[in-house]
Design a protein around this ligand. Structure first.
Ligand SMILES: C[S@@+](CC[C@H](N)C(=O)[O-])C[C@H]1O[C@@H](n2cnc3c(N)ncnc32)[C@H](O)[C@@H]1O
Length: 200
């Protein structure tokens, strides 16, 4: 990922995701939410669609959101024909969305940090508003010690601020990753919060 992500960077990033496994954070959230049974999930920033596909296979209806051109075609290419009627693809930027469907599971894998701080609060509230009682939300957030934390267009949180986002929800898991590592584009310091919470 370059410091200022654009379509080209996301296209390359998502192309490189084709062979990875479904993100454990999504699998954990699915286990905590229980069987899909036709219930509604949202995959916000669905990228290559790995988690969207996993949710569909487990019986969820999926509202997949990603503004990257070609997202609908990419998802339809990997979704079995019997499942495509359970998929709705919204290709608007998060910033243009004013309401989300009611959902029992919301997954946002490495997508929320790239929202401008001026828009983040409204989008976060919209997500929580759409979560049904007992619904599960699973997200990655970037921490203030991340090496990208000086990028003014992206949002970063102290651990206290990250926890505060879940006020009124029960945090089921909060894991902190604070270490040097690799990004898609080279070495960096990662400071990431993996959070799963349930609405009461
Ligand atoms: C780092 S990728 C993560 C993709 C996938 N969720 C994963 O875990 O691999 C971020 C994705 O969010 C999308 N995205 C980032 N900012 C967005 C925005 N403001 N509106 C809509 N999509 C956005 C990008 O197009 C990209 O596919």
């Amino acid at each position: 990922m370059e410091r200022l992500a654009g379509s080209k960077v996301w296209a390359e990033y998502n192309a490189a995701q084709a062979t990875r496994s479904v993100r454990p954070l999504c699998l954990d959230a699915m286990a905590l939410a229980g069987p899909g049974n036709g219930r509604q999930a949202i995959d916000l920033g669905c990228g290559a669609g790995k988690e969207t596909l996993a949710l569909l296979i487990e019986g969820w209806r999926v509202h997949a959101i990603d503004s990257l051109p070609g997202t609908r075609e990419r998802l339809l290419a990997i979704v079995p024909p019997a499942k495509d009627r359970f998929l709705y693809v919204d290709m608007r930027p998060f910033e243009d969305i004013r309401g989300l469907p009611e959902a029992d599971l919301i997954f946002a894998g490495y997508s929320l940090p790239f929202i401008h701080p001026k828009d983040f609060g409204r989008i976060w509230r919209m997500m929580l508003d759409s979560l049904r009682p007992a619904g599960v939300i699973a997200v990655n957030l970037f921490g203030d010690r991340d090496s990208w934390a000086d990028v003014a267009e992206w949002n970063f949180h102290t651990e206290a601020a990250a926890r505060q986002l879940f006020d009124g929800l029960k945090i089921l898991k909060l894991e902190v990753y604070d270490d040097d590592g690799q990004s898609f584009r080279g070495p960096k310091h990662w400071h990431i919060f993996d959070v799963i919470a349930r609405k009461s």
